[in-house]
Every structure is written in structure tokens, then in C-alpha cells.
Design a binder for this molecule. Structure first.
Ligand code: ADP
Ligand code: ZN
Length: 610
């Protein structure tokens, strides 16, 4: 008789244990590859469903799958989620007592444990490796595998040691997973982990449910408030560059009627951990944070990520915004930036200790991000192009698609701006040069005798703000450089010449005064008004259960699952099984309770017709 293929058995586990109907993207192929004991590298965007790719193979064979994961917080979350689905999973780390650790080791040795999560430094200790020698290991999954690359932004020394696993555990497949896409990181992973004849799976990096938008910074806090008005009582992350702005932004939000928590490296680690766990456990909190926050946060219902300052690169931006909307429901990535950010970031690069080559790379990365911020066609096309993924049609779900920007011929203004920079000696920042162009009568102008220049006062038709926009675009497009050896003064570049000579026409972007908010694209279902009460009650039940079990609410059920309950209105446990995200373990544990709530509302509803 023919054996059922890996895929059939895998599908059975997907449905039975996790409550999902079908595999997504390459999941089935990846699972097959692991089951055939071949090494693999998986590149998938955040929220793409990487974990299934090793969890299911580990469940399919005898023994234990070992998952290498960089963060303790991440392990705890994954383990609670697995346990809630009836999987025997555990982690091993220093937060546990010796006794707890001994119990985990016992389960591992006996072969009952399905999945074991460990950090690389722990895994590579000789005592751990010896323990694994004596156990039945069916795979190694190396999560966040980009940590092995010094090129990326999360380099971890310990990851380098993971190359030894291949030699020591021959025949045990290794699967490396990451959401970082660029070619260089990919090569580093393959080489440094010494994967054997690996199958490489690259999934589209598009996150269609995320709406991208970028605004020019005017009054960043007020702009944030208008943005948040669309996100009342939703969870989200607000990124700021400095600790100080984290503090002030979070105070500002709290005094404006939002519930916000700060998070940065300058806080006591207990306070940080406390705020992080509140953000995960409670609903509707805003985390205001530096980039110290976020790695390994897999809270599925983060509805927005806002950047109050420019990130360092497109990769960083993509990774940070990727924390929004992991559950697949509509989410926003929103950013404000201005010329000041450009000046500050490029100064940080110049002043860093890094060597010449490294600085050059950092500068190039910043330029690419700036170019992307100023695009005049679909943002998603440009974003995906950066990751080497062509996309033919405009997305319809970014600011540019929703409100196309207006451009204007700024050649003459650019010439004025460049010659004013030249005449003032290429040593002043934009503010002073604008004062000269607009003919300001102030102390600094008089001190340098700039009122006698031919460019003095020639630009009075344009407002200060419009001039700022001209200068920003000139810098971003490489017609002006910021000279950090000279107090951030602006200098002409090679490229400026063709503009000054009138050989080039320069189209500039009009700043929209009030950019119309993007129409909210709902990928899933729109909640009907009369169902909102029901949703509230389902959430309330979920909150109670989560509290009893000391896990975040989404470990019980995702929002999506609750929405699916409302859509399908199951009457029986058997029907409840069809709800997305309800597997056997959760069905028997929570099914009745949720049915009760659904039925109570059903009665209220039908009562209305009697
Ligand atoms: P990643 O690690 O790639 O960011 P996860 O593995 O956490 O993503 O998966 C994201 C979400 O998608 C999880 O809630 C997961 O349960 C869900 N998911 C994964 N695979 C499927 C599938 N085939 N069908 C439906 N939901 C899925
Ligand atoms: Zn678009």
C-alpha cells in the first residue's frame, strides 16, 4: 500500500492542530524538503508563516525539533502559542530554575518533546550539545538567520558558531529562516551556516495589507495625532530616534488621551520588560520606542507602525514596518521626515567610528531610503524593486496611489537656490540661505554682509516652507551635499552644474498641505455595526481566558479567528471546527465558551424579529 505523502500528513496536522485550511505560498514544498532531510533557506516576509515550516516537520517525525532563536521573549511566546494548540513544546534558558530545566531535559531525552527552543549561546555549550547527542533530534531550525551576517543590522556573534551543527549532526536537516531579503545577507547565511546543497525558497516580500505613507515633517506631534485619530484604541508602535523624543512623545500621547508606554535602552531593564509585556498582553496600547524595541515581537494585531524620524535604511524601514499587520488584516506604515533628519543622520554617519568603507555603505543606504521617500510613483513598486522583486501594477494601497502627488517645474528655483549657496560661500545651512533668498533683514545676514549679494531677496515669491521643500529635494537628489566637516554647510556637487547651466529641467514634488488619508483597505471582512457588540463580548471572553492562563489574548485566538466566528456563526462544536484558527486542542478547551457567547447574541438577534 502506498504511504500517504508528507504533504497529506502535513495538511492533516495543519488542519487538526492549528485549525487552518490550506498551506500558504511555499509552505508545503518547504515542509516536504525538511521531511526529506534536505537543508533549506527560507526567505519570507514577517507574518508569512515561517514557523509552520519547521513546526509541522518536527511534529511529523519522531523525536524533537530544535529551534534556535535569538530572544528569550520570542521563545516564551512561541512556546505558549504551541502549548495552547496542544503541542509539546518547551524552551531552555537562564530564566528557568534548575529544576525546570531538568524537567525539560527529561522530556527531551524521553523523546516526548516535539519542539525545543534555545538561544545560540546556550545551544553551543558543550553540555547542551552532549545532551543533544543523546537525544533524537529530527531537525534544526535557525530562526532570524540574518543574525549570522555582519552586513545586516542584527549581527550576533553567537550565530557564527552554528556552522558546526552540520558536521556534528549529519543527516539532521537544517532550515534557516529570515525576513531579510537582500542578496548579500542571503549569501552570508548560506556560507556561514555551511548549509549542504540547500533548497532556497524566496517568497514575495509584498505585504499587501500594509498601507505605506510618508509625509513631510512640519509639526510632527500634531501630524501624529491626526494620523492616530484613525486608530483609536488600536495597538501600534511609534518609533523615535532618541531616548528623549521617546519620553516626550509618549508623555504627549498620554496627555492627548491615548495610552502610550515608553521603551528605550536608557530605561531600567525591569521597566522595559514590564512595558513590553503590557504591550503584548493588553489591547489598544501604543509603544513609543527607539529601535531597541521590536526584534522578535510577534504580536499579530499591531495595527500601525509610525516613524517620527527616518530609519537608517530601507531594510530597517521594511523590517520595522513589517511588525504591523502580521495577522493579515489592514494596517498602516506611516512616516514623517524632513531636511533636519537628513542632516542629522548623515552627521551621525560621518561622526561614527566606522572605517571609510563602512561609512560609504551607510551613506549609500541612507540615500536609497531618501530616494524612496521622495518617489512620485507607487511606493510599493519601488519598495519591492529594492528587494529585487518586480511588480507590474501600481498597488492602490499606498499614499501615492491614493493621492498622486503634483509636480512642478522647479528649474528656476533650483538655480536660485544653488547660486545662493555658491554666493554665500558654501558654508551655511538651508535656513540661512533661505533667509538670504527671501531678503530677510536679520543679524546674521548683516554680520556676513549678505544683503549686498546678487541673490539677496530674489526668492521672495516663495514661502519659507516652499523653499525648505526645494532644498530638501535638492539634497535628496544629490544636487547639494551636506558638509559635515564644515558645520553642516551645504555644498554644490558635480550634478549641480547642469542645473546652473540650464542643461537640465528639474521637476519637483509639490508638498500636499493636508494629505488625504489613505482609504482604509480592508483585506478581510468589514465588521457590520450590529456585530461590534458581539466582537466586544468575544474579546472580553478572550481577555478573561488569557488572564487565567497568563498568556497574551492572541495566544487564545487571533482577531481574525474571532471575526471568522462572527462571519460563520457556528451553532455546534462541529461547525466551530471550520473557523479559521480553531484546532482540536482549542476546540475542546474553548469551543463551548465561545459558542455560548455566539448563541447568546443569536438569541438577542432573533428575538428582535418576534
Ligand atoms: P513569521 O514567523 O513568518 O513572521 P508566523 O509563523 O508567526 O510568521 O505566522 C504568522 C501568522 O500566520 C501566525 O498567526 C500563523 O499561525 C498564521 N499562519 C501560518 N500559516 C498559515 C496558514 N497556512 N493558514 C493560515 N494561517 C497561517
Ligand atoms: Zn501604490
Amino acid at each position: 500500500m502506498e504511504q500517504p505523502s508528507h504533504t497529506d500528513r502535513a495538511l492533516e496536522i495543519l488542519r487538526h492542530t492549528f485549525g487552518y485550511e490550506a498551506f500558504r505560498g511555499h509552505q508545503a514544498d518547504i515542509i516536504n524538503t525538511v521531511c526529506e532531510a534536505r537543508d533549506s533557506l527560507v526567505l519570507m516576509p514577517t507574518g508569512g508563516g515561517k514557523s509552520m515550516c519547521y513546526q509541522i516537520p518536527a511534529l511529523l517525525s519522531d523525536g524533537t525539533g530544535v529551534v534556535v532563536s535569538p530572544l528569550i521573549a520570542l521563545m516564551q511566546d512561541q512556546v505558549s502559542a504551541l502549548q495552547a494548540s496542544g503541542v509539546d513544546a518547551a524552551f531552555l534558558n537562564s530564566s528557568q530554575s534548575t529544576q525546570e530545566q531538568a524537567q525539560v531535559i527529561e522530556r527531551l531525552r524521553s523523546g516526548y518533546l516535539d519542539l525545543l527552543y534555545v538561544a545560540p549561546e546556550r545551544l553551543l555549550q558543550e553540555s547542551t550539545l552532549e545532551m543533544l547527542d543523546q537525544s533524537n533530534i529530527n531537525l534544526f531550525a535557525i530562526d532570524e538567520a540574518h543574525c549570522v551576517s555582519a552586513w545586516g543590522h542584527d549581527f550576533r556573534q553567537d550565530y557564527l558558531g552554528l556552522g558546526v551543527l552540520g558536521e556534528r549532526y549529519q543527516g539532521v536537516p537544517r532550515i534557516a529562516l529570515t525576513a531579510t531579503a537582500d542578496e548579500r545577507t542571503r549569501q552570508d547565511i548560506l556560507e556561514r551556516l555551511a548549509l549542504q546543497n540547500p533548497a532556497v525558497f524566496v517568497q514575495s516580500f509584498d505585504r499587501p495589507n500594509i498601507c505605506y505613507s510618508v509625509q513631510i515633517k512640519r509639526d510632527a506631534k500634531q501630524q501624529l495625532l491626526s494620523f492616530l485619530a484613525e486608530h483609536r484604541s488600536e495597538s501600534g508602535i511609534v518609533y523615535c530616534l532618541s531616548r528623549r523624543s521617546v519620553e516626550s512623545t509618549s508623555q504627549f500621547l498620554n496627555s492627548s488621551g491615548y495610552r502610550a508606554l515608553p521603551y528605550h535602552a536608557g530605561m531600567q531593564s525591569e521597566d522595559r520588560a514590564f512595558n513590553q509585556s503590557r504591550f503584548l498582553q493588553e489591547e489598544g496600547l501604543i509603544m513609543v520606542a527607539t529601535i531597541a524595541f521590536g526584534m522578535g515581537i510577534d504580536k499579530p494585531d499591531v495595527r500601525f507602525v509610525a516613524h517620527m524620524d527616518l530609519p537608517k535604511s530601507i531594510e530597517a524601514y521594511y523590517q520595522e514596518t513589517g511588525r504591523a499587520g502580521r495577522d493579515g488584516a489592514a494596517a498602516d506604515a506611516w512616516m514623517v521626515y524632513g531636511l533636519q533628519d537628513v542632516v542629522r543622520l548623515s552627521r551621525m554617519i560621518e561622526e561614527s567610528e566606522a572605517d571609510h568603507n563602512h561609512k560609504r555603505i551607510e551613506r549609500a543606504k541612507l540615500d536609497t531610503l531618501l530616494g524612496w521617500s521622495e518617489v512620485t510613483a507607487c511606493r510599493r513598486i519601488a519598495l519591492l524593486a529594492h528587494f529585487g522583486e518586480p511588480m507590474k501594477e501600481a498597488c492602490g494601497n499606498c499614499d501615492i496611489c491614493l493621492t498622486p502627488p503634483v509636480t512642478w517645474d522647479g528649474t528656476r528655483e533650483a538655480q536660485m537656490a544653488l547660486s545662493a549657496v555658491y554666493r554665500t560661500g558654501q558654508r551655511f545651512g538651508a535656513s540661512h540661505v533661505i533667509d538670504v533668498l527671501r531678503g530677510a533683514d536679520n543679524e546674521k545676514v548683516r554680520r556676513f554682509n549678505h544683503q549686498i549679494l546678487s541673490t539677496f531677496g530674489i526668492g521672495q515669491e516663495l514661502s519659507d516652507q516652499r523653499w525648505r521643500s526645494v532644498f530638501r529635494q535638492l539634497v535628496v537628489r544629490g544636487y547639494l551635499n551636506v558638509d559635515h566637516n564644515n558645520f553642516g554647510g551645504l555644498r554644490l556637487t558635480e550634478a549641480s552644474r547642469s542645473i546652473l547651466k540650464g542643461e537640465e529641467v528639474l521637476w519637483l514634488r509639490e508638498e500636499a498641505q493636508t494629505r488625504q488619508r489613505a482609504r482604509r483597505q480592508t483585506i478581510d471582512y468589514e465588521l457590520a455595526l450590529e456585530d461590534e457588540d458581539l466582537m466586544d463580548d468575544l474579546k472580553e471572553l478572550r481577555r478573561r481566558l488569557a488572564e487565567e492562563a497568563s498568556v497574551p489574548p492572541y495566544v487564545i485566538f487571533h482577531d481574525r479567528t474571532l471575526l471568522d466566528m462572527i462571519r460563520l456563526r457556528p451553532d455546534t462544536l462541529a461547525q466551530m471546527r471550520d473557523v479559521n484558527g480553531v484546532g482540536e486542542a482549542k476546540l475542546s478547551r474553548y469551543g463551548e465558551l465561545f459558542l455560548d457567547v455566539l448563541q447568546a447574541h443569536g438569541r438577542i438577534r432573533s428575538g428582535a424579529f418576534e
